[in-house]
Structures are given as structure tokens and as C-alpha cells.
Design a protein around this ligand. Structure first.
Ligand SMILES: [Zn+2]
Length: 148
């Protein structure tokens, strides 16, 4: 867990897990505001993944390469340790899947945006979203200039 592995059922308030405690403070604060309001609507937001150590991200990338057959194909799903927004604490994967429609509908109010069309669970903070809405999504991470 020191590398950011998350057991089932962790919330954005569970600061004893490095995956949560090492999130960017502004992202964590936005997630907590959203989770509080979601709970009021009967929706529980969980953290399936948050901050990850470079070592853990590297392990995920190696697993994806063996699953998808090549580094190019794996890049659609998993970034490298040097580029991943998870490693810098600026991304969170929200669960369960039933909670993602709530965040999709209300996230912009908290500056929380889905970044990739193929990852309805992956959220990052875009502060201007509360005024202008979330920016257009990339189809998948291979279209994200930050990951090149
Ligand atoms: Zn993610």
C-alpha cells in the first residue's frame, strides 16, 4: 500500500492510505466536497486508484504490455511512470462504475473532469471547469500531448 495499491472500499476521506494522502491537496479537497454532496444523493464515491509510486506505475505498465501485446497498445490504457498523472498525485480513478454517472453530471461544479472518453472512471482537476465546463475529452491517453 506504500506504493499506492488500494484495497476495496477506500473513500476520498481515508487519509491513512498513501493513494489518498499523497493526492494533490486541491484535487483531494475537490473530491471530498464532491463525495459529501454525492452521499447526499445516495451515491458513494470510492477511490479505486489515486497516487501511485513510480514503481507501482511501472508494474501496471508492464502488466498492460503483457495483456495487450505491445507497448503501443498498452499506452491506450496505462501511462509510463514519468508521465502518469497518478504518479504526480493529480489523477484519481473513481469507483464503483455506478458512481461515475453522478460525477460525470456534477463533477465540473467541483472542477473535476473526465479526461479520456475510454476511461469514465479517471478524473483530474480542471479549476476552470466550474466556470467554463470541462474541456473536450481525449479519445484515449494516446491522444494526450502530456503523455508523449
Ligand atoms: Zn486513471
Amino acid at each position: 500500500m506504500a506504493d499506492g495499491v488500494v484495497p476495496d472500499g477506500v473513500t476520498v476521506f481515508d487519509n491513512n492510505y498513501p493513494a489518498v494522502a499523497r493526492l494533490d491537496p486541491a484535487l483531494a479537497a475537490a473530491l471530498r466536497r464532491a463525495a459529501t454532496d454525492a452521499a447526499g444523493d445516495g451515491v458513494k464515491l470510492l477511490v479505486n486508484s489515486g497516487w501511485r509510486s513510480p514503481k507501482y506505475q511501472g508494474q501496471l505498465l508492464r502488466e498492460a504490455i503483457s495483456k495487450y501485446g505491445s507497448r503501443e497498445k498498452a499506452a491506450r490504457w496505462v501511462a509510463s511512470p514519468s508521465t502518469s498523472a497518478h504518479v504526480s498525485g493529480k489523477a484519481v480513478d473513481i469507483g464503483p462504475l455506478a458512481a461515475t454517472p453522478w460525477l460525470s453530471r456534477h463533477g465540473a461544479r467541483y472542477g473535476l473532469c473526465q479526461i479520456y472518453s475510454d476511461e469514465p472512471w479517471h478524473y483530474e482537476r480542471r479549476p476552470s471547469a466550474s466556470v467554463h465546463g470541462c474541456p473536450p475529452r481525449y479519445a484515449d491517453p494516446t491522444h494526450d500531448p502530456r503523455l508523449k
